[in-house]
Every structure is written in C-alpha cells, then in structure tokens.
Design a protein around this ligand. Structure first.
Ligand SMILES: [Zn+2]
Length: 237
C-alpha cells in the first residue's frame, strides 16, 4: 500500500519520499536544520525509506507511519531479554551470538527494550512530557513514529533485569566490552557522547542499533554518527 500523505496526531504533515537527487539536497537542508535546532523536533518531516531494509534511518526528520510493523518479530526468551517484549529476528540472532560470546568473557548482556509499537512509544513520550516537560522529553524520548525501536532493529542493553537506563552504564564492564566488540556482531552505539547536535538525542550508552557487521564496522572505524554515514554512503547510491 502506498501512503501519499499522512497526518499525525499533532497535525504534522508527512510527505512521501521524493526522487533521490532532490532528496539528497533536501536531506542536507534538513540535516543543517537538525544541527541548528538540536534537540527539538524537526519542522520538515519526511517518511523514512523503508526500502532500505536494515539500513533504514529513523530520527527526528525521518519517521515511520503509525501502522508500520516490521516483519519477522519474535518474542525474546528470558535468557536474553525481557520475555514480554518482541524483537526483529535478524537483530535477535546477532544479539544472541553477542550475548553468548560476552558470557564466555564473564559479561552478562540483557535486553530491557527492543521493538516498541507506535502506541507504546506514544505512551512513553506522553508520560515523559507529563513528568519532565516537553523540552526534556524531546531530548530523551522519541515522539511516536520517530523511534528506532519501532523498526525492531534497536535494543537497550543492561546488565540484568531491573537495571534502569542511566549514563552510569558507561562505567560498567558491560559497556567496556560492548565498546570493543559490538560492531563485530553488527551493532553500533547509536547516540554517542557529544553528538546530540547531529543525532538529536542525549548520549545513551545503552542504546544499540543493528546494521549488520560490515556497516557497523565501518561506522565504528569512521567515528561517524549514523546520520552522517547514511547521508554520505547509503542514501548516495
Ligand atoms: Zn533505546
């Protein structure tokens, strides 16, 4: 089904992705807009290119329709993560391998958050706005339709059930292990430190994005954010 126009709850108009050359120029304009507006929601919003598969870019500019549900969602087992939650099959296979190898190094990795529905994201965002106000909410929680978690390709990692998501995670041996090894399993740290002006989000040492080994390794070596990498190498083909 082709979606030409969608109106979100907040009446932001979403346009259909356009031809690739124009899109690249548009991206550069939007990209500068994100850099300047930093944490606030981008004013120019387009639908994400879902034909990019696991390379899809979701951020404050590129969004998913309310009815987007990824294929191949699985329930996790408690050994690897929260068994009440779902994850995309490819992400899960890669994580299980990473988990088992980390375990052999004496490191426990556990997924506390993976796939989220549009409605669950809406609930999380509204709760954050009610608790902390809109400005803080926009730095920390994606608006519904703008979360990578809706793709099933993003995971939040903790050391055990019940651990909360805080920047303290960067001081753990889990984080140290992930910093050296995550890319070998296809994961990148999606919201690195001091890149809020590009990604639109505060540093999140717990949030990893599955991109496959090749791209994750290239990003790790280049030190680019996914926004920058996507613009230069993926959307440029
Ligand atoms: Zn996350």
């Amino acid at each position: 089904m082709e979606i030409n126009k969608l109106i979100l709850d907040d009446n932001l108009e979403i346009q259909k992705p356009i031809e690739s050359k124009v899109k690249r120029i548009l991206f550069l304009i939007l990209f500068s807009a994100i850099s300047f507006t930093t944490t606030s929601q981008s004013k120019d919003i387009v639908l994400a290119d879902t034909t990019q598969g696991i390379f899809i870019l979701i951020n404050k500019t590129y969004s998913l329709p309310k009815n987007y549900i990824p294929a191949d969602l699985l329930k996790m087992t408690e050994k690897y993560g929260d068994s009440t939650k779902m994850i995309k099959k490819e992400t899960y296979i890669a994580f299980k391998q990473m988990h088992d190898d980390a375990k052999r190094d004496g490191i426990t990795l556990w997924i506390t958050s993976a796939y989220r529905t549009y409605n669950y994201q809406k609930w999380l965002y509204d709760r954050s706005v009610n608790r902390n106000g809109r400005v803080y909410a926009d730095r920390t929680v994606a608006q519904p339709g703008f979360s990578e978690h809706q793709t099933g390709l993003a995971i939040d990692i903790v050391s055990a059930r019940g651990k909360s998501l805080t920047v303290e995670f960067e001081k753990t041996k889990q984080f140290e292990w992930l910093s050296s090894h995550a890319h070998k399993y296809g994961f990148i740290l999606r919201y690195p430190k001091d890149k809020e002006n590009i990604t639109g989000y505060r540093y999140e040492p717990w949030h990893y994005r599955y991109l496959g080994v090749e791209i994750a390794t290239k990003i790790r070596k280049s030190n680019l954010t996914y926004e920058e990498y996507y613009n230069q190498f993926i959307d440029n083909k």
